[in-house]
Design a protein around this ligand. Structure first.
Ligand SMILES: [Fe+2]
Length: 298
């Protein structure tokens, strides 16, 4: 009997150094959340792979990757990672690798090819040595997805070159995501173009919004994983515990996935107010939300 490929997905782990403050505030203790998720995952030695879809580190600092890599190295299954908008390129590339913890761009298992796409690639600058580097300042941190022609061409080449029958894309930014604050129409159009050309792409898995979800773009499923930093439901309007996703990829091209949330009194499913909802809806900015929180003494 044909056996499906089994994969667990972590996303938005936002590791911090000891004593550091989280970017933007309002965070769970991500080291504690990771321990809970790892315990909930249990012994997953029989998993084919664990993927981490970016925002590995909260500020993209070297010490945060050291902590993240040590944490990922404890997983029994091989781990493969793609970067998020918090993962400043040089620190990420230099710091996150360990034996069993990789940043491979393509992983083939049975008749599936898994592409690990950099959904920040289109915002990179080229320096005077021809290296692709992060743009100056905090620009990367506020990216909502941007493939650029180079990354889009790479995806096209991989779809054409692979001998696998099915392709699945792992990436940080889910395209055409139904959360206005995290949505970029230009980025969604980059994906609509690729999905129209490559029917071999069966689906995509990402993170970024911290709002677990499943929806479609161009008749392909898009799965959004929970975060470990903080996590929300828009309907009903509540906080959610940290968690992860699991997947099964069948030889016939079908994908099933489930969200797993680690309920605990440390992260109750409490309701959130209008200001945070307005942020998700793109009606106010992060700075305006911070002003409102400061005014209310939160
Ligand atoms: Fe994130």
């Amino acid at each position: 009997m044909a056996v499906p490929i089994r994969i667990a997905q972590l996303s938005d782990t936002h590791f911090l150094e000891e004593g550091a403050s989280p970017e933007g505030g309002g965070s769970y203790d991500t080291a504690e959340a990771y321990e809970s998720v790892l315990a909930h995952l249990g012994d997953h030695a029989d998993m084919d792979m664990v993927v981490v879809t970016g925002d590995v580190a909260d500020h993209g600092r070297p010490e945060q990757y050291r902590k993240a890599a040590a944490a990922f190295a404890r997983l029994q299954a091989p781990v493969n990672i793609c970067p998020g908008n918090h993962d400043f390129d040089h620190a990420f590339q230099a710091g996150v690798g360990r034996p069993g913890v990789a940043t491979s761009r393509v992983v083939e298992i049975d008749n599936w090819a898994f592409l690990f796409v950099d959904s920040n690639a289109g915002m990179m600058s080229v320096d005077d040595r021809g290296l692709h580097i992060d743009p100056p300042g905090q620009e990367r941190l506020h990216n909502n997805g941007n493939l650029g022609s180079r990354e889009a061409a790479w995806i096209a080449q991989m779809c054409e070159a692979t001998l696998a029958e099915h392709v699945f894309v792992w990436l940080h930014h889910p395209p055409d995501v139904p959360v206005p604050a995290s949505h970029s129409e230009a980025y969604a159009n980059e994906w609509r173009d690729l999905l129209a050309r490559y029917s071999i792409i069966r689906g995509l898995g990402g993170g970024h919004t911290h709002i677990p979800d499943e929806y479609e773009i161009a008749e392909r499923p898009v799965f959004v994983a929970p975060s470990l930093k903080h996590n929300f439901s828009l309907e009903p309007q509540t906080w959610l515990p940290p968690g992860y996703r699991t997947y099964e990829f069948s030889p016939d091209g079908l994908i099933t996935s489930a969200v797993h949330l680690v309920d605990d009194e440390r992260w109750p499913r409490k309701p959130f107010g209008r200001a945070l909802k307005s942020l998700f809806m793109g009606e106010i900015t992060y700075d305006q939300l911070a002003e409102i929180a400061a005014r209310r003494g939160l």
